[in-house]
Design a protein around this ligand. Sequence first.
Ligand code: 3UK
Length: 506
Amino acid sequence: ELQYPPRLNCVAELFEGALAGGGAERVAVRGEQLSWTYAQLLEQIDRIAHVLRGPLGLEAGNRVLLRGANNPMMAACVLAVLKAGCIAVPTMPLLRARELGTIAAKAEINAVLCADGLRAEMEAVDLPSAVKAKTLWFGAADGGLEALMARQPAGFDAVDTAADDVCLISFTSGTTGIPKGTMHFHRDVMAICDCFPRSVLASQRSDVFIGTPPLAFTFGLGGLLLFPLRVGATAVLLEKLTPETLLKAIEQYRATVCFTAPTFYRQMAPLADKYDIGSLQKSVSAGEALPLATRESWRQATGLAMIDGIGATELLHIFISAAGDQIRPGATGKPVPGYQACILDYDGNPVGPGVIGRLAVKGPTGCRYLADERQRDYVLNGWNLTGDAYEMDADGYFYYRSRTDDMIISAGYNIAGPEVEDALLRHPAVAECGVIGRADEERGQIVEAHVVLKQGHGASPELTAQLQEFVKGQIAPYKYPRAIRYLTALPRTETGKLQRFKLRTE
Ligand code: 3UK
């Protein structure tokens, strides 16, 4: 059981641990341009917190929209907002003015901290004049925020918040449409730090965390900032990573833990032998299903057993996972200690092993939508329904099948797209693929594959026939893709998730 005191400011709590035992002089965050020790990061946070409560005139509970690429200053801004007793509303760097306007209005923001590099889009957002007057830019040559910081005193006493005061409003990236705001408490932040990284990663001070998810995505906020802070480790925060530059950065920074999405591992695997990534011990994959084919190619390339983990913005971070000898091929894993999971049928009754149903999760974190109209769709009797179709085995391992609304029903058969994708990914010509159900008069739906070919391979009717035979040779023949389309790239969100709805409307 996780127990936190009733008065809790998560940033104060995180630093108390990180600074203990000579931690102050250890490197907390490393960016492309600069690195800060824990003492230096704390000083930046305290100066920003003073700016928020002083010149900017914010009060506890005020909401601050945050925008920036992954770097030390962006990290300091997020943490300062929490330390000052305000609520962070981080936004994805690629969002456009209209989407930002929706988020700003929904979250009823009071102020904005935005990286100068993202200024143009932010200035195009239709905001109340009171909020415009409380907008500060950081990382600019003429230093808006930095100039104010320089005039603040050192040292800021963390605002005395309650453990169940909201500190974060995180918006879902929305593979389907309108972003939903989810609220999280100070104790939720501590809870995710004390669950997955402790029991699955066994992370320690000597760890160096690296990866791709934006800090505005809770996968990145946890994995690339909060988790390293909790144990006094180092967070490497880099902007605009590609598979090549991530491999290079792992080598350069001697990273030990990597967080990214399956598609990144898939693209890194064939390049891995060009870099010395011997420092890497843990490779965490989340955001979407990890195909067995990807797990195997990463293992072959690096010798590492990938740590799959399913998380959700609603639950803040990863709640089912497995590492080391606990890994079972094809399974996401078991509930992370602290969480419980079960499979429910469509009437809400639990089903036993071997039956596909709706994944339900309960634990120290859970869904609290900002506007609660969808709350009752996600939470049933205290169980969070993530919208995923899962199956459990007799040993309590959980196997992802598909999103519940992505299950393909063809001629009466239930077919999970990811299983067909895994089969296709094993073919030497296939780089990436996405499988959907296409409406069909005769069969209701047919399995349709969207395939990106590896370099040196061209689309042809012969290849289509070959891929179809290839799938039939691996999984039940009725699951083979009756239609195959070739694309040069798959539509993905900023977080690496396949946007199946875009494949459907093509
Ligand atoms: C899907 C997975 C299969 C699944 C997230 C780690 O992805 C995160 O949050 P989102 O709100 O999406 C949640 C949905 O994404 N998914 C995520 N991981 C897996 N499906 N296997 C996986 N390993 O449909 C889930 O319901 O964007 C991931 C940590 C924090 C997060 N917010």
